[in-house]
Design a protein around this ligand. Structure first.
Ligand code: BT5
Length: 325
């Protein structure tokens, strides 16, 4: 299959099945079968009758491309790629449970599409085929379970910075787990944890980024956006992924080495966070209107209630918040 890819890579125009067959001394039907396998492995190969095959590298996304020039030391070094799976978080959980303590930190599960993408609290995540980056990363930080929610916030900064570095698009964060452009969601983050009373066994950090989608279905149309919609052109997924993984690795290392919780990241997060200085609705056991004031060293959101002017800290996972425009 590598040889077929090399032939397609060196030809910018269509290459006939006959030509490939003769070059590699295989039948045309063997060529076709290999092309089908390559497509299943995430290569975008266009087939046109009487013309042959053409590789669209810009739209291809697969393990080989991810590992080639991967700029990180840990994140993604061990990559499991699916052209289609149920949910990358579910698959990574299976791997982590099977491998136990031997599972490698930074293991990446990534897919071209998910049939059962998950959001928080049982919500669904739409993962259109080949239109996004749907990934899960395995982390084994030596932190108490109550500090794990900070990982979501770190990921938010990494996604915002990674998208900006690779595409030039400026994003904001809606505390705790949405990355937005012009108020619309371009990325969602789902952090899941396996822990004991005082110890985290592993954390699965799930990140979904809309890259190539130009039309969302009814429900999402008003609330979602993508790199393609914001930029008017697409940037290849591998480049964006590399940029995000690199940024996340850098932040995660500081987080682990400084052993200082979210403190080193507070000011950067506050700059990116749309809720600071703006009115929000807090929806939890109690529902009230407030203004976001800042982020605590634990990653909580400090708000000032509009009803009694009291300050209150909201802990991630407890409530959901809505911006009031
Ligand atoms: C999230 O949940 O935003 C977390 C999404 C995490 C997705 C990643 S993809 C890789 C990994 N594997 C998984 O199975 N999941 C993770 P939440 O805050 O609950 O938001 C969910 C809501 O976002 C839905 O109810 C929709 O309203 C909206 N939504 C669904 N798909 C979307 C999309 N592609 N783009 C923008 N918004 C979407």
């Amino acid at each position: 299959m590598d040889k077929i890819i090399n032939i397609l890579k060196t030809n910018t125009d269509y290459v006939s099945g006959e030509y490939i067959g003769t070059e590699l001394n295989i039948t045309r039907s063997a060529v076709w079968k290999n092309i089908r396998k390559l497509k299943e492995n995430g290569y975008d190969i266009i087939s046109v009758t009487n013309k042959g095959y053409k590789l669209d590298l810009e739209n291809s996304f697969n393990k080989d491309m991810i590992l080639e020039n991967l700029p990180t030391k840990i994140m993604g070094k061990n990559t499991v790629f699916f052209n289609e799976t149920d949910s990358t978080n579910t698959q990574l959980k299976l791997i982590a449970t099977k491998d136990g303590i031997n599972v490698k930190e930074g293991t990446l599960v990534i897919a071209n599409t998910m049939t059962m993408g998950r959001g928080r609290l049982g919500r669904t995540w739409t993962a259109n085929k080949c239109e996004g980056i749907w990934l899960s990363l395995l982390l084994k930080p030596n932190i108490p379970p109550e500090n794990a929610s900070v990982i979501t916030l770190l990921a938010g900064i990494a996604v915002a910075q990674g998208i900006e570095n690779s595409t030039g698009i400026h994003t904001n964060i809606k505390w705790p787990n949405d990355v937005l452009v012009r108020g619309k969601k371009i990325c969602g983050i789902l952090t899941e944890m396996d822990c004991e009373m005082e110890r985290v066994n592993f954390i699965i950090l799930g990140i979904g980024i809309n890259v190539k989608t130009t039309e969302f279905d009814n429900e999402l149309e008003k609330i979602a956006t993508s790199i393609a919609l914001e930029k008017g052109a697409t940037t290849n997924r591998t480049k964006i992924l590399h940029s995000i993984l690199l940024e996340f690795e850098r932040l995660y290392r500081i987080f682990i080495e400084k052993n200082n919780g979210f403190l080193p990241f507070v000011s950067q997060y506050e700059k990116l966070c749309v809720n600071i200085g703006n009115k929000i609705n807090v929806l939890g056991n109690e529902t009230f209107e407030a203004v976001g004031l800042g982020i605590t060293p634990d990653g909580g959101l400090i708000v000032k209630r509009s009803d009694n002017q009291q300050e209150q800290i909201i802990v991630s996972g407890e409530v959901s918040i809505r911006s009031i425009s």
